[in-house]
Design a protein around this ligand. Structure first.
Ligand SMILES: Nc1ncnc2c1ncn2[C@@H]1O[C@H](COP(=O)(O)OP(=O)(O)O)[C@@H](O)[C@H]1O
Ligand SMILES: [Mg+2]
Length: 330
């Protein structure tokens, strides 16, 4: 295990992060549910991953392959009245968006309109910025991930994140990269269980066949596209219900981009995906739902329009959406 460094801090949703809380700006919940009625993330959402015998063929064609939804049922994520500030500057204003279970939702819009901030609020990373604050609710299958009763690490475990720049631990082996989240969240597993997990997650991330013979080599030796798939595998290893992806292909060549897109379409059968992209073709290729964010000059960002991707691109309601999806600005 490498020593803690910035890469680890930024790695993905599962690493050790300071457990500080940013003040919530306003109390937005109108009527708090009775204490007993508030399910906890762990009671409601934790589904232990299942052990499979080592060496089992995990390819999708193999009989007995982990069925869709085998590990955890698909979950819906919802942002309600989400606002965000950096210091006194408000950058998001009352964003409402349902990201339905099993659907890939794309977030589009010009730079600076708050897409990454929204994504980081969805897995409690926004609060890591010292000056940052927020208001609103984020519900994972109806459970507010900002409920003070919940542990930060639980929210992050269930809601994974893949960043623009692939950030595997470069000196750590491919094998150890995949299971890094387990170690960092203090989950124990036997060697057989780890072997199973490494194979199944690399298979799901579309990387297994390329790396099966070099699992002990450093993650930093892989190509950019492979490193990004390694990061996806690492996120999957803690069985997230949601996978957030912030421009995951913008640093990759078209071939690697295509592989990641295919991987996403496969993964959508077992994890709900939210992707920020500036690539309009990509939004249309991978997502069924789409939300268009915009921040008018000097005002906080918000959603102009959202709905089925086909409609957003083929028949948008708002002229600003039409202008953006047709490349007239941004
Ligand atoms: N750490 C930060 N401190 C201060 N302002 C920030 C920080 N991160 C982002 N911002 C500001 O918040 C706004 C939204 O940024 P961001 O969410 O990154 O937009 P997008 O992802 O759509 O490009 C921008 O004006 C940006 O400058
Ligand atoms: Mg961004």
């Amino acid at each position: 295990m490498e020593s803690m460094n910035d890469e680890m801090i930024n790695a993905d949703a599962t690493q050790v992060l300071p457990l500080q809380k940013a003040p919530r700006r306003r109390e937005s919940r109108l009527r708090p549910p009775a204490r007993s009625a508030v399910p906890t993330l762990t009671s409601r959402l934790s589904v232990p991953w299942r052990k499979r015998p080592a060496g089992q063929d995990l390819s999708p064609e193999a009989p007995g392959h982990a069925a869709v939804g085998d590990l955890a049922p698909l979950a819906t994520l919802e942002g309600r009245n989400v606002s965000a500030w950096f210091g006194e500057r408000q950058v998001l204003d009352r964003v409402n968006l349902v990201m339905p279970a099993g659907v890939i939702t794309s977030l589009i819009g010009p730079s600076g309109c708050g897409k990454s901030t929204f994504l980081r609020i969805l897995n409690r990373m926004h609060e890591l910025v010292p000056s940052a604050s927020l208001a609103g609710e984020v519900l994972l299958d109806g459970v507010d991930i900002y409920d003070p009763e919940l542990k930060l690490v639980d929210a992050r475990k269930h809601i994974g994140m893949v960043f623009q720049k692939p950030n595997p631990f470069p000196a750590m082996s491919i094998y150890d990269n995949v299971i890094a989240g387990l170690t960092l969240t203090g989950q124990r597993a036997s060697n057989d269980e780890k072997d199973y997990l490494v194979e199944s997650c690399l298979t799901k991330a579309g990387l297994w066949k390329e790396v099966r013979d070099r699992l002990r080599e450093p993650g930093g030796g892989l190509s950019g596209g492979q490193q990004q798939r390694l990061c996806i595998a690492r996120s999957l290893a803690v069985t997230p219900r949601i996978l957030l992806m912030d421009e995951p292909c913008s640093a990759l060549d078209p071939t690697s981009t295509r592989v990641i897109e295919e991987t996403m379409l496969e993964l959508a059968r077992e994890v709900t995906i939210v992707i920020v992209t500036h690539n309009m073709q990509q939004a249309q290729r991978v997502s069924q739902n789409c939300a268009f964010f915009l921040a008018a000059q000097g005002t906080p960002g918000g959603i102009v329009e959202h709905g089925p991707t086909d409609a957003m691109f083929g028949n948008p309601i708002d002229p600003r959406t039409a202008d953006y999806v047709n490349g007239r600005f941004g």
